[in-house]
Design a protein around this ligand. Sequence first.
Ligand code: DAH
Length: 338
Amino acid sequence: MLTDITAARDGALADIEVAATLDDIAALTSRLLGKKGDLAQIKTRLGQLESIDEKKSAGQAINDAMSAVSSALDDRRAVLAADALSARVEAERLDLTEYVGKPTRGHAHLVTQAWERLEDVFIGLGFQVAEGPEVETDWHNFEALNMGEGHPARGEFDTLFVDHVTPDGKVGTTLLRTHTSPVQIRTMIESEPPIYIVAPGRVFRRDTPDATHMPVFHQIEGLVIDRDITMADLAGTIEAFTKAFFGSDFTSRLRPSYFPFTEPSAEFDIQRPDGSWIELGGCGMVHPNVLRAGGLDPEEWSGFAFGFGIDRMAKERHGVEDIRDMYTNDIRFLEQFS
Ligand code: DAH
């Protein structure tokens, strides 16, 4: 009987050894350890043995064989379970890396670079940086800048209005600012002269994008308020800025023009070393009505203001042909301005 037990055990262990899946193990477990298993069958024959000693040692041998088979099943089950897990993990693995050649460093957008350099240059000329909200009141954007209701100049600003109901139920006149000039008003109201500020920021107009227009663009506004400020201070500041920003071989000129918020008004152009001109922006002496709207006495204070488009300036400076290229975020375009 002992030989039968050994044979049954070894056969079972050999089967377990070659089990390839967890299902195989499950089948083997019931076959080898169940009532119909070889060892269980041998056990039923114990009664046929003559002596107590023989029964004892055969019973002991069957128990030992059973636990050897049982722990072999456990071991094999553990190995197959670990294999199954790593196979599943491997199958479900996602390759999230993308090889794009050598890693590249990002850089600020062309317009951001221009914006930051403008701030640096004006800070160098003694200006401070101011800002105002992009959603403005009609009063700050037009009225206080000497463009009352019905003023024809309002028509030149294709304004985007914002539906807005004030807490007391009135329909407010709120809009997306069409220029950075309302920051002049806010600065005059909020601070005491002397004032030397520039205000770069985002502005909005109801324009269809084309090679020279975007409905969202950027301007920088300048405002100086002090005693005895003259047109000569304005011209000198524009010239100093031109040389500091563009280079010492660039110059500037003022051309008579009209803006409601300045009197007299001018447009200013920058001349490249090759003699060609860049039309940059508008400027002038702050209109007395604007000083009054800002809470200042025009008899005591005078000042000048200027404003120009940052995107347009960057476009001119770098010879970008279509302003839309600056906003489509094509990496091949952007990379040229690192
Ligand atoms: N706000 C004007 C515009 O958007 C630009 C401008 C002109 C600003 C003359 C000024 C100025 O401060 O004095 O067209």
